[in-house]
Design a protein around this ligand. Structure first.
Ligand code: HEM
Length: 317
């Protein structure tokens, strides 16, 4: 019987949940989602820093964090500008703008990981398919497509030779784990950065503010990743309420009074600087194209249980 998730939405409770010794990132009886077992996604999922709470997590997290930190925000901004120019050399349709917002963080990572150029066009579709099988709420069909995408991403990353990939291998010390977590970076970066970019464009249009102000306002008031989950590893309690083993805890990252846009505690996002540099550079590039206000007139929110990403479209007249 599925238990109702326990919801947490005050700053104190969020901090307590995200540092609770009895709460983990996966249910104890299902470290890998059952639908991913015996697929190419299984070993990848099990090795992801985001999905682990074992004794190896702190070391793996430190290795990934230092590989990311070896690139300055300015370097990421400059590279993102070049990627943005090649993705969007001229005017865009609303649909192309949506695609651009996902493709930009993926393109920056592809460049630094060293994914071969011939794979880049299909990379975005495969990352988006992979995201669907890792993010909560994937259907059976989405899990199946995600598992196929995982196989392709794995194949491409095996041939990777970029500076970020080399540093991940050096810091992590295990090439298989490095490949899994390189793929994990695509997953972690894609929706959050697309949401930050798209929401900031909307806010800038509404309030006539600069991109930097828009970005910090979005992170503070409408975080692009607005919730996360934890699971009781054993019978325990949270805020005086009992939790049964395996029970899910739904944690709001946007609370009255405080935003946890990049998480909190041991799983806090190590890519916050990258995310802001990529979103800022993407917006600055779009501003050089002088996008028309109509481009942002129609959007729907991406169907997702934890990400707030506007997807722009052209309305039929
Ligand atoms: C605006 C964009 C982004 C947002 C809003 C965001 C948000 C988050 C959040 C909330 C978490 C914590 C999840 C949890 O505790 O359950 C997280 C984890 C993570 N993020 Fe980000 N992220 C963004 C971009 C990025 C980028 C660009 C990268 C890498 C280049 C990245 C890499 C990671 C990794 C590796 C983790 C897992 C850390 C761990 O489990 O120890 N993120 N992110």
């Amino acid at each position: 019987m599925a238990l109702c998730p326990f919801s947490v939405a005050t700053p104190q409770a969020v901090r307590a949940a995200l540092t609770h010794a009895d709460l983990g990132v996966r249910p104890p009886h299902e470290p890998v989602p059952t639908l991913l077992l015996a697929t190419p996604a299984q070993p990848l999922f099990a090795a992801l820093v985001r999905m682990r709470d074992d004794a190896g997590h702190p070391e793996l997290k430190a290795a990934i964090s230092s590989a990311l930190a070896s690139f300055s925000d300015n370097e990421i901004y400059q590279l993102a500008t070049r990627v943005a120019q090649s993705l969007a050399p001229g005017m865009l349709t609303a649909e192309q703008l949506t695609r651009f917002s996902y493709a930009l963080p993926i393109g920056v990572l592809a460049e630094l990981l060293g994914v071969a150029y011939q794979e880049r066009t299909v990379l975005v579709d495969n990352v988006l398919d992979f995201v669907r099988c890792i993010a909560p709420g994937g259907s059976e069909q989405q899990m199946a497509s995600g598992a196929i995408a995982a196989g392709k991403l794995h194949e491409w990353l095996q041939a990777a030779d970029g500076p970020l990939f080399i540093r991940l291998c050096q810091h992590i010390g295990d090439r298989t784990v490095a490949i899994a977590n390189a793929i994990g970076l695509f997953f972690q970066a894609c929706e959050g950065t697309a949401g930050l970019l798209g929401q900031t464009l909307l806010l800038m249009q509404e309030r006539h503010i600069a991109a930097e102000e828009g970005i910090s306002s979005v992170l503070q008031h409408t975080p692009p990743i607005y919730s996360t989950r934890r699971f009781a590893l054993r019978a325990t309690e949270l805020g005086g309420e009992p939790l049964t083993i395996g029970q899910a805890v739904l944690i709001s990252l946007q609370t009255e009074g405080e935003s946890f846009a990049f998480g909190y505690g041991s799983h806090r996002c190590p890519g916050a600087g990258w995310a802001q540099a990529i979103a800022l550079s993407g917006i600055h590039h779009l501003l050089t194209l002088k996008i028309e206000p109509e481009l942002l007139a129609h959007f729907r929110w991406r169907v997702s249980q934890n990400a707030r990403v506007p997807e722009f479209f052209t309305a039929e007249e």
